[in-house]
Design a protein around this ligand. Structure first.
Ligand SMILES: Nc1nc2c(ncn2[C@@H]2O[C@H](COP(=O)(O)OP(=O)(O)OP(=O)(O)O)[C@@H](O)[C@H]2O)c(=O)[nH]1
Ligand SMILES: [Mg+2]
Length: 466
């Protein structure tokens, strides 16, 4: 049952705030067309209720209370249910794109009987009316928010249903296994031969592999969306700010020969093969009594706590010092790191063998910021640390939301539980219970079963007018 509040007529500005050549106001719901007839006067005198679906009329939007007062000239597009984004009657009114005009159109529509739409309400209706499932609805948001070609492609393929198809296939396989198990449990006297548990176990293993594969890409998908926090850290004067400028291809931060130049954390976002990388240049860390430098160092340490990856910069023209080592020790344990041995244009004094013995398994890249050398290798290494070396084309299914990841993890847990139940020879009931739990989570993922509060949280992340 769809609630009344999900069936009334809603209105919103669908274009972003600010000035633009055109702005669009959207209406959706049972009264969308009659509301439009009350506030729009077509040049040819025709009524919107007689207008064919997917046709456009030119005319004037007027004030509901004072129809002689024109708000703006407009083009009006009608899309009749069920062939519209929301599956309801929809009207889109294009006017000049300024806040004053657009707000006046909305106000007139509200006076004529529409209600202001909440965030994501148009898409919520598309979901409630069965035009999109929950994964596709989330893909709409991802598409709107996509900042790179990689995230756009991945969202578009999710909107087309690539992830849904995968989830549906797993659901289908689990339902089949469950129906076998249940028939054998419920009607033992009918002599239904249950599938041998070893066969069930094999099928569950395959499903578990598929789920694992989806989950493996989730870390990358989530990072592709939110971006990677990379902090450039190290002792004073090693060339951190020079590296920041090299990676951003701009004189973003001050570089001087004097240690202690950088005080504030300076942030800049770059694109690295489709990934937004949020770089932070930090103050060089050393013992100091200088109050300003001290404050800068505190800020560096805070930035380090939030890093996904640290570029630990060393001056290759100096031997590795005890201070360098001590600094390395304060890096948060789980944070990924890359050693950047800078100033490779000078005579090398740092002992790489020492470095590798002290810190095995660390990636090391040599750079010369003054000669702009080694930066590409560093980018390559950063990319490898994000993706684990997998080449991404955007065609792969990349889970991009924590909600999806969480439900897939729970599904995997239940599928593994079912496998264990089979393996340890427990009765079919135990295996069936786990499969039911897995199916419930998959249902939540696509939105077959979706609690009101889940929908509320999910759609509140949208903008108004979508
Ligand atoms: N020869 C050489 N000099 C470099 C290189 N990179 C940076 N420098 C020089 O090293 C000095 C310090 O560079 P910065 O980039 O300011 O160093 P920093 O690590 O940001 O220093 P603080 O902000 O003081 O912590 C400057 O004189 C740079 O020109 C390099 O690759 N080779
Ligand atoms: Mg600096």
């Amino acid at each position: 049952m769809i609630k009344e509040s999900n069936r009334d007529t809603i209105v919103a500005i669908s274009t972003p705030p600010g000035e633009g050549g055109i702005g669009v106001v959207r209406l959706s719901g049972r009264e969308a067309i009659s509301v439009a007839d009350k506030i729009f006067i077509a040049k040819n005198g025709g009524k919107i209720k007689d207008q064919k679906s997917f046709t456009v009329r030119y005319g004037r939007v007027v004030s509901f209370h004072e129809p002689s007062r024109m708000i703006d000239e407009a083009l009006l597009l009608v899309m009749r249910a069920p062939k519209s984004y929301t599956c309801e009657d929809m009207v889109e009114i294009s006017v000049h794109g300024g806040a004053g005009v657009l707000e006046a159109v909305v106000e007139s529509a509200v006076r004529a009987g529409a209600r202001m739409a909440g965030a994501g309400e148009f898409t919520k209706r598309a979901f409630l009316n069965g035009r999109l499932d929950l994964l596709q609805a989330e893909a709409v948001l991802d598409l709107i928010q996509a900042k790179t070609e990689l995230t756009r492609r991945s969202a578009a393929s999710q909107l087309e249903g690539a992830l849904t198809a995968k989830v549906r296939a797993v659901q289908g396989q689990l339902v089949e296994i469950l129906s076998h198990l249940e028939a054998a449990i419920d009607f033992p006297e009918e002599g239904i031969q249950p599938e041998p548990l070893s066969a069930v176990q094999n099928r569950l293993r395959e499903i578990s592999e598929e789920l694992k594969e989806l989950l493996a890409a989730s870390q990358t998908g989530i990072l592709a969306k939110r971006g990677l926090k990379v902090v450039i850290a190290g002792r004073p004067n090693v060339g951190k700010s020079s590296l920041m400028n090299g990676l951003t291809h701009s004189p973003r931060v001050i570089v001087t020969p004097y240690p202690g130049t950088t005080r504030d954390v300076v942030e800049e976002t770059i694109q690295l093969r489709g990934f937004p990388v949020h770089l932070s240049d930090t103050a060089g860390i050393q013992d100091t009594d200088h109050p300003i430098e001290k404050e800068g160092i505190e800020r560096s340490k805070k930035a380090l706590e939030q890093a996904d990856l640290v570029l630990f910069v060393l001056d290759g023209s100096r031997p590795l010092s005890t201070e360098d080592r001590a600094l390395f020790e304060i890096l948060p344990e789980k944070t990924k790191r890359i050693f950047v041995i800078n100033k490779s244009d000078l005579v090398k004094k740092i002992n790489e063998v020492d470095l590798k013995t002290l810190f095995p398994n660390m990636s090391v890249v040599e750079t010369s910021c003054v000669r702009e050398k080694g930066l590409e290798s560093l980018e390559e290494e950063i990319f490898r640390s994000i993706t684990g070396g997998v080449q991404l084309t955007g065609e792969q299914i990349m889970i991009s939301s924590l909600r999806q990841k969480d439900l897939l993890e729970k599904t995997l847990e239940s599928v593994n539980g079912a496998r264990e139940a089979c393996q340890s020879g427990l009765s079919a009931e135990f295996c069936a219970a786990d499969i039911r739990a897995a199916l419930e989570n998959l249902g939540g993922l696509v939105g077959d079963v979706a609690a009101d509060d889940v929908l509320e949280v999910l759609f509140s992340r949208f903008c108004i007018g979508k």
